[in-house]
Design a protein. Structure first.
Length: 319
């Protein structure tokens, strides 16, 4: 009995030490993340990197998936403001101005990513340059036409997304500007693909019905051009190449790795680079350092010849 009591006493004395050793270190603060939509691969990889960086820096990361719903995003910004988080990270929109200004006035830095919020009170806008994006893929198409169809009239079709006034309209207009400099190329159709594979397929079918000789199809993201390709596949049309902007994702990358005969080139925005730049802007703001307001990043154009240069496997495996 005495032995049992002795063991019990030792266990009781050691318990606080064990609890102390197992306790997690208290976070130095909280950061609120307003996520665009988790079902998209680009946002999956953004989120995973945001989590890692926040954890490594000792911050608790609060996350709200808004599915690109304006009202839900505004509510998330307002909730984070009332909670008094140390910083707010959010996809950008002009419709967020009031909520973001209220956060900044409450002493909370706000950093926008993947689209800007046009207000000087916002701490920083970190986004891939849509003009450079559209221009780059347009230049790729120009070089392709000069090499492969120098003496043929080339019809070009575009699937855009007018609802995205800054990013997708910017990409489309820059792409069109390059195509208009090609003497033997002509844009014969432009329709709203709604950034959706199903809607883009329907739009492509309408375009191809009226313009069966289209040789180049451009989409503002991969789902858009995948919808166009589905329409081509349904018609057995193999003489049309497909290119797109903003096409980060395993499916798009694998097509380039396999040197697909019709999926030819995409601009790929690295989500880890964007997450790192966004978090650094937030950390600098929290520390009272000067932060660059407009941080335009450049997306690289990839095709089968250079896709091996992209270290994409680690990013995808980290989801």
């Amino acid at each position: 009995m005495k032995r049992f009591l002795s063991v019990l006493l030792i266990a009781c004395l050691l318990l606080p030490i064990c609890l102390l050793a197992g306790a997690t270190e208290e976070a130095k603060g909280k950061i609120g993340l307003v996520l665009g939509y988790r079902r998209d691969e680009f946002y999956m990889d953004l989120e995973s990197r945001f989590k890692t960086i926040a954890k490594d820096a000792g911050y608790e990361l609060l996350i709200t998936d808004t599915d690109f719903d304006i009202a839900r995003a505004v509510a998330a910004i307002e909730d984070y403001t009332s909670m008094g988080v140390d910083a707010i990270l959010s996809w950008g929109s002009a419709q967020f101005i009031s909520a973001m200004e209220a956060a900044v006035e409450a002493g909370i830095p706000v950093v926008c990513y993947d689209g800007s919020t046009p207000s000087e009170i916002v701490t920083a806008n970190v986004t891939y340059d849509p003009i450079d994006d559209g221009n780059a893929i347009g230049e790729w198409v120009k070089a392709y036409i000069e090499k492969n169809w120098p003496n043929e009239e080339v019809e070009v079709a575009i699937l855009d997304f007018p609802a995205s006034a800054e990013i997708c309209v910017g990409r489309t207009n820059a792409f069109k500007a390059v195509i208009e400099t090609i003497p033997n190329a002509k844009i014969v159709a432009q329709m709203d693909g709604k950034a959706s594979r199903a809607d883009s397929m329907a739009a492509a079918e309408t375009i191809l019905e009226a313009n069966p000789n289209v040789r180049v199809a451009y989409g503002i993201n991969f789902d858009t051009i995948a919808g166009f390709y589905a329409a081509l596949e349904g018609r057995g049309k193999t003489d049309c190449i497909c290119v797109s902007s903003g096409s980060w994702g395993e499916e798009a990358i694998n097509f380039l790795v396999a040197d697909h005969p019709q999926y030819k080139a995409f601009t790929l925005m690295n989500p880890w680079d964007m997450a790192e730049a966004t978090m650094q802007a937030a950390f600098d703001a929290i520390a009272g350092k000067e932060v660059v307001y407009n941080q335009a990043m450049i997306a690289k154009t990839y095709d089968s010849s250079n896709i091996s240069e992209l270290d994409y496997k680690l990013i995808i495996e980290s989801r």
